[in-house]
Design a binder for this molecule. Structure first.
Ligand SMILES: [Zn+2]
Length: 344
């Protein structure tokens, strides 16, 4: 007997079929209809339902590129289970190159939302009822906020061993244990019994090759771990991820011009010079130094800063991070999945 079809938004996707389904969100003030587009790949063989979402924050475009690469992967043609890919959750923010909804609400603070609430609440509710309620597991793709960048990392809260195993299977260089934030998709989905891996990489409104590669190959590795695809053509990882239990931000001691000397992924020791803040005349200089050993998870990209602005995000880790990054770079070079023409 063939596998039953997958129903979503009034459309039934037959086993072995791939369809893009439009879920109505609202009608804009100028009468333009807005939908949330989801591509459904319903495998011939039974298996879990996985969703992949991006641009919950509308300006975090690296996830949209990762979703595009994922959907081109040949492994999906012979997949078991069902994959739901929503490349752009917050269409409003995406069109405006903005993190937020049109009323400045942060969509990732209003989950699970409500059908009678604000526009953000209604969109969150739609995502919960149409996507999360149908899924066994999810991967939500993010970048750092505007004018900051993140080293590719998985954020996960310790719920069960299976989720942590999937976090490791993803193969990002760092796994950060992060608490669930109230109103986030991750917290609302957990309450629904659907765990989520949150992937954070790169900068808002920018593409970068490493973030895109680690993200798209990581999703395929999680799918393999969940028994949805085979191992053939999957990029291997030699470097086990660094597990970071705690992290903290180093802040600017004064306003001025920020010159950064260290990049994300680099290791630091107490006293390592990270950056210097100068006044525009070059008469005063404030050094920013690391206070503990660790790895740089993120940093500010804007050279103009105010006193107290976050500059460097550092995770405490006893492991030599430089070696890890070198191995990660070698892994990516050896990736058979990507052609030269994929390099941006
Ligand atoms: Zn985000």
């Amino acid at each position: 007997m063939p596998r039953p079809g997958f129903e979503i938004g009034g459309t039934v996707v037959a086993a072995g079929e791939r369809r893009t389904v439009e879920l109505p969100v609202s009608v804009l003030s100028d009468h333009t209809p807005v939908t949330m587009s989801v591509q459904v790949i319903h495998g011939k063989r039974p298996g879990p339902v996985l969703f992949v979402s991006a641009a919950v924050h509308g300006d975090e475009v690296i996830g949209v590129e990762i979703a595009r690469r994922l959907l081109r992967a040949p492994q999906l043609d012979r997949m078991a289970g069902t994959l739901l890919v929503v490349p752009i959750v917050n269409t409003f923010g995406f069109l405006n190159n903005s993190r937020y909804m049109p009323d400045r609400r942060d969509l990732n603070r209003v989950f699970p939302g409500s059908p009678t609430g604000s526009l953000a609440g209604r969109l969150a509710h739609l995502f919960m009822t149409e996507i999360v309620a149908r899924a066994d597991f999810g991967i939500d793709l993010h970048s750092a906020a505007i004018h900051r960048t993140n080293m590719p990392q998985i954020r996960v809260s310790a719920s069960n061993d299976e989720t942590l195993e999937r976090a490791e299977a993803f193969g990002a260089p760092v796994i950060v244990r992060a608490k669930l934030r109230e109103g986030s998709l991750r917290a609302a989905a957990r309450a629904h019994g659907c765990d989520i891996l949150l992937y954070e990489a790169g900068e808002a409104l920018r593409f970068d090759e490493m973030s895109a590669r680690v993200g798209s190959s990581g999703i395929l590795r999680v799918m393999h771990h969940m028994g949805m695809i085979g191992a053939k053509g999957l990029p291997k990882r030699r470097a086990a991820p660094i597990q970071a239990a705690s992290s903290s931000w180093t802040r600017a001691p004064a306003g001025g011009l920020l010159r950064c000397f260290k990049e994300v992924g680099e290791g630091v020791d107490p006293g390592t010079l990270l950056a210097i803040v100068s006044d525009p005349f070059g008469e005063t200089e404030h050094e920013i130094a690391a206070t503990a050993s660790g790895i740089i998870l993120g940093r500010a990209m804007m050279p103009v800063i105010n006193e107290g602005d976050a500059c460097y995000h550092i995770a405490a880790t006893p492991i030599d991070p430089l070696k890890r990054m070198e191995r990660l770079a070698a892994d990516l070079e050896a990736d058979p999945m990507f052609d030269e023409d994929e390099i941006l």
